[in-house]
Design a protein around this ligand. Structure first.
Ligand code: GLY
Ligand code: MN
Ligand code: MN
Length: 449
């Protein structure tokens, strides 16, 4: 049997209550999990449940549905799950089943997933609003569409019955933005495993190497800690580091190059996300060091802005400001500071630092939640319990036109990324044990495990 949900019942029932208190009692809540996805022919991708079903119930198996409806003056929660099936379990692995689900998961009832349509159709017909995440369960979507589309005489006379589908995702996203203490504890574990993976990769960078060898070191550490990559690991040598989401990881890394590793892991559903960049021969060249120290200075300034009451964009502004001054000082930009920054943080510096500085982190690596309402202004106010990444970078590809850069810097890509918890006492860098000063990196690279 699955070992049970990650958190105690209290944590899940608190989350369920916060969500359900925002729904009118004449509604029904339907949260299907992710469908399984075919990789090729009859082989599936490794299964990952939906973050929202994990958030509400800790349920991890495919073919499942979290449901809540109001009955007898209270919200009643249920999970529809796969039934036990000896033959299927001998091929595919053990299932929890309805009996164990009801006994050990934070819901009132559990039913077979195969009965969800027949059981829920009548219930849906009695409710006014259907809170449903569409696009995950075709049969459920079709059932709801059928009910809404059917011109029922009784419904038109009595007014009883659903008149709209509402997506509960935004309500859940808002809740997921602030992490509870138990969530923070797990995210610290995910951060620590990723830190150990980066340290292992640094130590195992022993001269001649390749992207795939370093990826193997990183993922070795994930696997032995029962963690898995929270996204495709990026291991980019030399010029490949200038491709933001490089993922082929199949080239040799030449002597004298930097390697950029953007790799994090998932522990009990929660992600970490770390980037470090270091020279494979253990010593930064002058040009590499100039760019590296500029990015590090930008990150340091950005982290200082990760405090309660600041705006979401304040860390990015600080990073942009440091980088703009640095690019002018190094002679890479030949413009004023104002031109480098731009009116809306869209100035000349964006040519080399073309991404944001932060995203929310949690059950998803690019976690949910509105950070910049309507896409204007400085974004929402940072609150205690939020966790975000801080990840400025500078990229000078040799394969696109970057005329302003003299040859000294072409082929250099640097990003430095940490995971930061906002607290009333200031920023807490969950990943701060991963070396990042030039001195610490040069000391550890190639020392072997
Ligand atoms: N690992 C993807 C990112 O840093 O956003
Ligand atoms: Mn990130
Ligand atoms: Mn990353």
């Amino acid at each position: 049997m699955d070992s049970g949900p990650v958190f105690g019942d209290d944590e899940y029932t608190r989350r369920q209550s916060v969500l359900l208190s925002q729904l009118s009692t004449d509604s029904i809540l339907l949260i299907p999990t992710n469908p399984m996805k075919i990789r090729s022919n009859d082989v599936y991708y490794p299964y990952r449940p939906s973050s929202d079903i994990l958030y509400l119930s800790g349920w991890e198996e495919p073919c499942s549905l979290f449901c809540a409806l109001y009955d007898d003056d209270r919200w009643v929660t249920s999970l529809f799950v796969r039934e036990r099936d000896e033959l299927a379990e001998r091929w595919e692995g053990k299932r929890v089943g309805t009996i164990n689900a009801q006994a050990h998961w934070p819901v009132d009832k559990a039913f077979p997933w195969s009965t969800r349509i027949e059981q829920l159709e009548q219930e849906i017909k009695q409710r006014k609003t259907i809170f449903l995440q569409q696009g995950l369960d075709d049969e459920l979507d079709a059932c709801v569409a059928r009910i809404l589309g059917y011109k029922d005489r009784k419904r038109s006379v009595t007014g009883i019955g659903p008149d709209s589908i509402s997506d509960p995702s935004n309500l859940l996203a808002e809740m997921r933005m602030r992490k509870s203490d138990p969530e923070v504890e797990i995210m610290k574990k995910a951060a620590n495993v990723a830190v150990q993976a980066h340290i292992r990769a640094m130590k195992q960078t022993l001269g001649d190497t390749s992207e795939q060898m370093i990826q193997a070191e990183i993922e070795h550490e994930f696997t032995r800690n029962l963690a898995e990559p929270s996204y495709g690991s990026i291991v980019a040598g030399g010029d490949n580091a200038t491709i933001l989401h490089y993922h082929k990881n199949d080239e040799e890394i030449t002597e004298g190059s930097l390697v950029l590793i953007d790799a994090g892991c998932e522990v009990d559903g929660y992600a970490s996300d770390i980037t470090r960049t270091w020279p494979v021969n253990g010593k930064f060249s002058k040009a590499q060091r100039e760019i590296y120290e500029l990015v590090l200075a930008a990150q340091t300034q950005a982290i200082l802005e990760c405090k309660v009451g600041n705006h979401w964009l304040d860390p990015h502004k600080a990073a942009m400001s440091t980088i703009s001054m640095g690019l002018i000082e190094l002679g890479i930009l030949n413009c004023t500071y104002e031109e480098a920054m731009g009116k809306n943080l869209d100035g000349m510096s964006r040519k080399y630092f073309m991404h944001g500085t932060s995203h929310s982190l949690g059950l998803d690596v690019h976690d949910v939640g509105v950070t910049r309402p309507d896409g204007v202004g400085d974004g929402r106010i940072l609150e205690s319990g939020m966790i975000l990444t801080v990840e400025p970078g500078l990229y000078f590809p040799s394969w696109v036109d970057v005329k302003e850069v003299n040859d000294t810097y072409t082929g250099i890509g640097v990003r430095i990324e940490d995971d930061v918890l906002i607290t009333d006492a200031g920023p807490v860098v969950l990943t701060d044990k991963a070396p990042k000063s030039v001195e610490d990196l040069e000391r550890i690279i190639g020392t072997g495990v």
